[in-house]
Ligand binder design. Structure first.
Ligand code: NAD
Ligand code: 89V
Length: 344
């Protein structure tokens, strides 16, 4: 197996998970790092023993010519960096949110398409192993045809201490976290045709909304509710668990608190502990997300080698971003907003 030499841009809060993940993907080595912030570059370079360090992405990609580049910066820089990778014909992974606007995202997909450069969005929530097990339970057919679902993330966890920029943007929970939950709803129940949503800000110390509720019409009499909140103080803090309910014509699936999967069908009830693995480098409560980082990065390496489009390709992610835009538009106008079918 030929070793894939990767480069990573953005050595911030989350990139450390990605670098740990890459160490666990067979046949992949991150050989160079880039960050505009010299302290982060040094700190992370030393932590992972990577000596090829750059403060300019173009310089790094031109000098190293990696087999792929992993962009772990925040959204403002994504379009320029993805287009840079496309111009150099370097396969590229980009963190979520892929882009601020659907227009930017379309241009990024177009640039990679024109250059025939593989592009994956690091949309990792659907790669969480408990969520993969919900999908498997649907596909087994035991609950018949799904007709209703709920994807719910409610917490009072202080995300702002690790990611202070989240308190500063005009938009917060839908763009940052709801984007994952909307992607999971698509993954489990198919694309939505229209959406009706409400958002609110409860925490006065932040700029954007921290509560959102959306009703998705998936067509064929299938509906779902996607709700998320960072203003929900519970007896015990569930961060970062996504809870899922699916009702089908022949039964139900529940992903409950504490990673309990319950599948009820006419044959009875199956109850399973679907706790994610606690990888050696992971720490609770983030281990669920950390495991999904490894799984999505392994998927990227497999797809790159096989010449396959990743499940969470840039093209696929356009549909998730269209949903995000529809949620904000509906919350702004108070009406139901149709979601353009970009993959049909
Ligand atoms: P961060 O601000 O901690 O880190 C970003 C780093 O990128 C910084 O060190 C910054 O100096 C560097 N950077 C920015 N632009 C650059 C450029 N043009 N060239 C070189 N370096 C540049 O941010 P973070 O919290 O690590 O988040 C990064 C991304 O990861 C965000 O898009 C965020 O939404 C996403 N994220 C995803 C998950 C997940 O589970 N998928 C979790 C947390 C964060
Ligand atoms: O996934 C994310 O982007 C993170 C978190 C899970 C903390 O919301 O910002």
């Amino acid at each position: 197996m030929k070793e894939l030499r990767g480069a990573l841009i953005g050595c911030g809060f989350f990139a450390v998970n990605q670098l740990h993940g890459w160490k666990d993907v067979p046949g992949v080595a991150i050989v160079s790092l880039c960050d505009r912030n010299p302290e982060r570059l040094k700190l992370v370079g030393e932590q992972f023993g990577i000596t090829a360090r750059y403060n300019d992405a173009r310089e790094m990609l031109a000098a190293e010519r990696p087999d792929f580049v992993d962009i772990a910066t925040t959204v403002e820089s994504h379009r320029a960096l993805v287009e840079l990778a496309a111009s150099l014909r370097i396969p590229v992974i980009c963190q979520k949110p892929f882009a601020r606007t659907l227009g930017d995202a379309k241009a990024m997909v177009e640039a990679c398409g024109q250059a025939q450069v593989p592009l994956m969005v690091h949309e990792n929530f659907r790669w969480q192993s408990p969520i993969l097990k919900v999908k498997r339970a649907i596909d087994e057919g035991l609950i018949g045809k799904p007709f209703w679902g709920r994807v719910s993330f409610r917490s009072a966890y202080d995300v702002f201490s690790g990611q202070p920029y989240l308190a500063e943007g005009e938009r917060f929970i839908v763009e940052d976290l709801g984007i994952h939950a909307l992607d999971v709803a698509r993954f489990l129940l198919g694309d939505a045709q229209d959406v009706s949503a409400r958002i609110a800000r409860v925490n006065p110390k932040i700029k954007g909304e921290d509560v959102a509720t959306a009703l998705l019409n998936h067509g064929n009499d299938v509906a779902s509710v996607v709700d998320c909140s960072y203003a929900t103080l519970l007896e015990t803090e569930p961060f970062p668990e996504t809870l899922i309910e699916i009702d089908g014509s022949e039964g139900t699936i529940r992903l409950n608190r504490g990673y309990e999967l319950v599948v009820t069908s006419r044959k009875g009830t199956r109850r399973e502990d679907v706790s994610p693995a606690l990888l050696p480098w992971a720490s609770r409560p983030w281990h669920n997300i950390q495991e999904s980082v490894l799984l999505i990065q392994r998927h990227w390496a497999d797809c790159l080698r096989a010449g396959r489009e990743p499940d969470t390709s840039g093209r696929d992610n356009l549909q998730t971003l269209a949903l995000v835009e529809a949620v904000y538009a509906s919350a702004r106008t108070g009406g139901t907003v149709s979601v353009p079918g970009l993959l049909r």
